[in-house]
Design a protein around this ligand. Structure first.
Ligand code: AMP
Length: 463
């Protein structure tokens, strides 16, 4: 569909066209008209498919049409889990709203609060925020949320999990009950969906792909390897395959630092981004990577959600994440906006549980590919049937994440109310006849014993 068919203001169409977009993505086609109706919305679409514009464009339109002439007051509040994502959304608001008279401010922690206070005192229509800093500012009486008409939770499942929900509840209590809520994410576990429905008012539910699936533009594979040779394998792959612009995920901050040290020693330009770094260092590391001043950015999961790095070709999971959803978000940093990408995971024998959880979550067995010279001495156990029981929910405080109960449900490109959603037909084990993930270069066989390919280093498929 063309953007011009959506009834958007000429100023918005002009900004969109200057960005180089003519056609809408599937989520934009569904969510823009839904948002313009003023209803609550719960939307899921795969990573990198244009969710930001799907809510920013209609909100800018509504704010312009209902402009109040008083000093700007926060009428749209957008909450995100990470500072980098907040900054990125603010960039989108400024880009799409460049021909409109809508004010927007972004606030997040880790940087001086005074400039944010000064900006807020001048008034704003849109406030993009991370929860902690927002609550600080409310406590200091710098921001009043009493006029908020729309609350947007981006990466909504993360915002509603056990780590963030107390802050979200506090923020909700400060907002008028009459506001409407928009939830956007690439993943929603059934539990979070249930919680979300209880918070929303008869929401329109939009799903533009089978739920909790990885995007087809990302080819995925794993390299079984011993834990103690992962670093040498990574260095080998970077050099052998001349990898540039690779986002490497590490489960821990110390692991990320250790890895950067080893990569630097091997002459590889790399930096780390994680929660122990100052915000200045985080911002610089991301900017240097985007500008190609470093080749490898080693990140913890703070970089897994929402971050858009144009044409990032490759994501490496140095460790598998403990929570299957995080795998989807991590690899979703590549293969964005319709461009092909690759995801490679280095998996050691002790990570078999995480691997099985991920495979069950994405309903796909990942192709295994051993690299000559790095074959594991500790065998990586076989994958399991994709329909084996879902993992039990675990407490985020123990593991920092809530583990999902995953039941596959298929609903391609549907828009429906929650009530209609409840009558969705499912088969006897609670899952529908969802087609499996049809990723390019992906193992399509659902045998619990995926084949292992071996390759000489020089023949290894370029990732
Ligand atoms: P998002 O999912 O919002 O982070 O967007 C992912 C990427 O897609 C970003 O680089 C956007 O700039 C880009 N994008 C958003 N909408 C479109 C569109 N209609 N056509 C092409 N690219 C788009």
């Amino acid at each position: 569909m063309q953007f011009s068919q959506l009834g958007l203001l000429p100023e918005l169409l002009r900004a969109v066209s200057e960005k180089g977009y003519s056609k809408t993505t599937a989520i934009q086609e569904k969510a823009i008209p839904a948002t313009l109706t003023n209803q609550d919305v719960m939307a899921s679409a795969q990573t990198g498919t244009g969710k930001t514009a799907a809510f920013v464009l209609p909100l800018l339109q509504q704010l312009t049409e209902n402009k109040n002439n008083d000093k700007a007051q926060v009428r749209v509040l957008i909450i995100t889990p990470t500072r980098e994502l907040a900054a990125q959304i603010q960039d989108s608001v400024l880009t799409y709203g460049k021909y409109l008279q809508i004010k927007s401010v972004v606030v997040f922690g880790g940087v001086k609060i005074n400039p944010q206070i000064n900006q807020l005192r001048r008034g704003t229509d849109i406030l993009v925020a991370t929860p902690g800093r927002l609550l600080d500012l409310v406590q200091q009486k710098v921001v009043n949320l009493g006029k908020v008409q729309t609350l947007v939770l981006d990466e909504a499942d993360r915002m509603l999990d056990m780590g963030f929900i107390p802050d979200i509840k506090r923020i909700q209590a400060l907002i008028p009950k009459t506001k409407r809520t928009l939830l956007f994410s690439a993943t929603f576990s059934d539990e979070i969906r249930k919680l979300a429905r209880s918070m929303l008012n008869n929401p329109l539910e939009i799903d533009v792909a089978p739920r909790n699936t990885t995007i087809e533009t990302v080819s995925q594979k794993i390299h079984p390897v011993d834990k103690n040779t992962k670093t040498s394998l990574l260095i080998h792959l970077i050099k052998e395959q001349n990898w540039r612009q690779v986002l490497v995920f590490s489960r821990t901050k110390h692991g990320a630092n250790r890895l950067v040290k080893a990569l630097t020693k091997a002459g590889i330009r790399s930096d780390a981004i994680h929660g122990n770094k100052t915000q200045g260092a985080r911002t610089r590391a991301l900017a240097a990577f985007k500008n190609h001043e470093t080749d490898i950015l080693v990140a913890t999961d703070i970089a897994a959600r929402g971050i858009d790095i144009v044409q990032l070709p490759l994501v490496v999971n140095f460790d598998l994440p403990n929570v299957a959803e995080d795998y989807v978000h991590r690899i979703g940093r590549t293969g964005r906006a319709g461009i092909q990408g690759s995801a490679v995971s280095l998996v050691s024998a002790d990570e078999i549980k995480q691997l099985r959880d991920i495979e069950r979550f994405i309903k796909t067995h990942l192709q295994r590919h051993e690299i000559e010279g790095f074959e594991p001495s500790q065998n990586l156990a076989e994958s399991r049937s994709l329909s084996s029981p879902a993992p039990a929910r675990i407490n985020r405080s123990a593991n920092h994440k809530a583990r999902p109960k995953n039941r596959s449900e298929s609903n391609h490109s549907q828009v429906k109310t929650a009530r209609q959603g409840q009558s969705r037909q499912s088969n006897s084990n609670g899952s529908s006849s969802a087609p499996a993930n049809h990723g390019r270069n992906r193992t399509r066989s659902f045998s619990p014993k995926p084949s292992v390919q071996r390759s000489r280093p020089s023949q290894a498929a370029r990732s």
